[in-house]
Design a protein around this ligand. Structure first.
Ligand SMILES: [Zn+2]
Length: 545
């Protein structure tokens, strides 16, 4: 008994030793993004949390023998970035088996990536570029031709998708899918033809058509999905991302989440994921939600993986539809009522301000029965949100998940909206003054690059990939405010702003040490920033010092 007591005393004094931090960063410019945006020299991490931040003199006494001290040589540190709307789970599944054109600057470079993949893949394996690029980024300002793709692909069938409206396939790919005419690409595919009526290899179609076409390509195996997910998440860590809010996607059904769940169970996640259920079955959306969430209450999970409600396709009838039928509105209203009664978060994809009232009127009506104020409902996209819309969103407690769609699509938006309107697209500063919660992000990877620094640069200079800009100073945020939208702004959408998004004592140690000083470099250089160290939950997820 006595011995036990002695042992207990020793153990009780043990925590004093355990107080030493695991990692201390010194000699940095640590942008805490606290309320005062203070900059600190040093930061200490123990376990998964920040235990001290401030001057070196303040942090130094904590350093013990076991502490890893990292000298930052004056480098800039920011809170880990969080993308408020990235189809990351889907992108990850095929990351080890797809070819990526993100950031390529010429057709030669894009074809070289195909050639590299052709060398390493088994003969006959598909080479798939699933999106994330635009002809505007290439010096030639055009898509590669079928002959170029076929030459680069060698004995591999090649599939290249552009947004959700076009794909180019090589003759081998046409042959394998058995596509000979328009009707072989349902529901609305059209084979592109030149002036003489010959097929060029392109297939044009709407979102359901291109989605259905993509679904015919071979799927990665489970092991490839696990590998792809780990690789994609470390690729995001390389860019300083430590979290995403994932809105599901077309074709994302429960089996597609199993690779992610395995990595989570194994304790191997390097990125925090909050995910929502994207409606798959048309007409049975509400039944599906009811079924799937019986064992999945809102918020279920942990700080790495959390269930975050429904969307971004809440109901097929109101998905990206400026003028839904009465029946579709009714069905959407029922779903919203159910979500509100369950205190479930909800996010919806919407593009045009002119029809945003369709959604907000219904939210208003639902709000009179069940308050949605604290449920963090979200509208994603809505690039041209007007002041009245933003004010209604603020009143209802609805957040705005904003992406750099204009980086790829600015020239197209100009045609639709005109130069005068483009000066105020998107209204980032107005949203801030009005008090709407804004989370920045990309909508990667089919329609957009996942690079947060490209998105931040675009938030600051409005420049498209083609080099044009129309946005005025009045809606251009400061660097601090843009970064706040990409950190604590996005954290709000995962109910996590008290846990992450700034570097303060007690918060999770999610941060990135940057290759360049985001606050000081010319704005053109912001898009080239990478992390040299990324820490997620106190673990070094990426390191290249
Ligand atoms: Zn969307």
């Amino acid at each position: 008994m006595k011995r036990m007591l002695w042992l207990a005393c020793v153990l009780a004094s043990a925590p004093a030793l355990a107080q030493a931090p695991d990692i201390v960063l010194v000699n940095g410019r640590i942008n805490t993004l606290d309320a005062k945006a203070s900059v600190a020299e040093a930061l200490a991490i123990r376990g998964e949390r920040i235990v001290a931040v401030g001057s070196f003199a303040k942090v130094r006494p904590l350093i013990a023998k076991a502490t890893r001290v990292i000298d930052l040589h004056g480098r800039t540190v920011v809170p880990g970035l969080i993308d408020s709307h990235m189809h990351a789970i889907r992108a990850a599944l095929s990351f080890s088996t797809e070819v990526n054109w993100i950031g390529t600057k010429s057709i030669a470079e894009a074809l070289a990536r195909l050639r590299d993949a052709a060398k390493t893949r088994k003969s006959g394996d598909w080479l798939i570029v699933a999106g994330g690029w635009t002809p505007e980024q290439l010096a030639e300002k055009r898509a590669p031709t079928q002959a170029e793709l076929a030459e680069a692909g060698g004995d591999h069938p090649v599939y290249v998708q552009l947004f959700y409206r076009w794909a180019m396939l090589t003759p081998k790919a046409f042959e394998q899918l058995g596509i000979k005419e328009d009707k072989d690409v349902p529901p609305a595919g059209k084979l592109d033809r030149d002036e003489r009526g010959a097929h060029t290899g392109g297939i044009s179609g709407n979102t359901p058509t291109i989605t259905a076409l993509f679904a015919r390509l071979p799927k990665p195996t489970f092991d490839e999905q696990v590998e792809g997910t780990k690789k994609f998440f470390s690729e995001l860590n390389r860019l300083g991302l430590t979290g995403v809010i994932d809105p599901g996607g077309f074709g994302m059904s429960p089996p597609d989440y199993q690779a992610l769940f395995k990595i989570w169970k194994d304790g191997d996640l390097s990125l925090r994921v909050a995910y929502t259920i994207f409606a798959q079955g048309r007409g049975k959306e509400l039944d599906d939600y009811k079924n799937l969430t019986q064992l999945l209450p809102m918020g279920f999970g942990d700080s790495w993986l959390r269930f975050n409600g429904i969307g971004e396709n809440v109901a097929w009838g109101v998905y990206n539809n400026d003028n839904p039928s009465d029946a579709a509105r009714q069905q959407f209203t029922e779903i919203c009522k159910w979500a509100a009664s369950q205190k479930m978060a909800l996010n919806i994809h919407w593009h045009n301000d002119s029809s945003a009232g369709v959604v907000l009127d219904i939210f208003d009506r639902v709000n009179q029965e069940h308050s949605i104020k604290d449920l963090r409902w979200t509208i994603a996209h809505l690039e041209d949100a007007s002041e009245p819309t933003l004010k209604r969103m603020k009143t209802l407690g609805v957040g705005w998940a904003l992406q750099d769609a204009g980086y790829f699509e600015g020239e197209q938006q100009l045609k639709e909206k005109g130069a005068e309107a483009m000066k105020r697209i998107p209204r980032m500063n107005s949203a801030m003054y009005i008090g709407v919660h804004v989370g920045a992000g990309t909508d990667a990877h089919r329609v957009m690059s996942y690079n947060p620094w490209v998105a931040l640069r675009w938030m600051l200079d409005g420049k498209t990939v083609g080099g044009q800009s129309w946005r005025g100073a009045e809606e251009t945020p400061t660097r601090v405010n843009a970064l706040r939208m990409y950190t604590q702004g996005s954290a709000w959408f995962a109910f996590a702003e008290k846990e992450r998004g700034s570097l303060e004592v007690g918060k999770l140690a999610d941060l990135a040490v940057l290759s360049k000083d985001y606050f000081k470099v010319p704005v053109e250089e912001i898009g080239e920033i990478e992390a040299v160290i990324t820490v997620v939950g106190g673990r070094i997820a990426y390191e290249k010092l």
